[in-house]
Design a protein around this ligand. Sequence first.
Ligand code: 13P
Length: 250
Amino acid sequence: MSARTILIAGNWKMNASIGMAEQLTGALTAWSARDGVELLVCPPFPYLVPVNASIANSGIKLGAQSCHAAESGAHTGDISAEMLADVGCTYVIVGHSERRTDHAEDDATVRGQGDAAHRAGLTAMVCVGETEAERDADKTLDVVATQLTGSVPDGATASNTVIAYEPVWAIGTGRTPTEAEVQDVHAAIRANLAARFGNEMADGTRILYGGSMKPGNAAGLLALADVDGGLIGGASLKAEDFTAIADAAG
Ligand code: 13P
């Protein structure tokens, strides 16, 4: 296994305000970064610019929560990957289950967004994960494999792509799969990447777990062989929880 830098990513979703963003990033920049752990914050679009200013020179990375596939044009209300790069983003989340549901984004849409991210020089964080009904029907690995095949761009490399495994039923619910179940899915994701892109890419690609990751369960999840970080929703809105999760890594 090649060395993969742990990535602790905060997806703020549709939360925060200017004041809260300043407070949160102020506390995060005071956290003393540790070797081998990278922090990423993904605020809502309006806060990208002020958050970028707050985290300047801290080593904390900036990401957005979605992007459009096109570079520019008549797409009212949308934001291009180039715009995100222009305001300081280095990451963009694509294919989050809330986007897939709220905006009917399918695998082809997500792949187009991932391609756009790469075109703009951003790292695409491609989200996959099963619903509770799919898990109950024992379809988790099939669903995740289909999403990977459909959503991950052909141009994916270990440096321009991160995969986030987020079981839909674990998001915001306080429930998680067992550690063994998480490891099984992550190993299957890595095997899927190896089959398509080769061992070197698969070995180097970070695969994050997301879904009710908290300070209390982070150490166990982050210690799993194929878990290379976390994509954190609710707990990323509290600096002490988010940094406690980062502290639990390694
Ligand atoms: P929670 O950590 O609130 O469960 O959200 C996870 C998530 O959806 C991150 O993208």
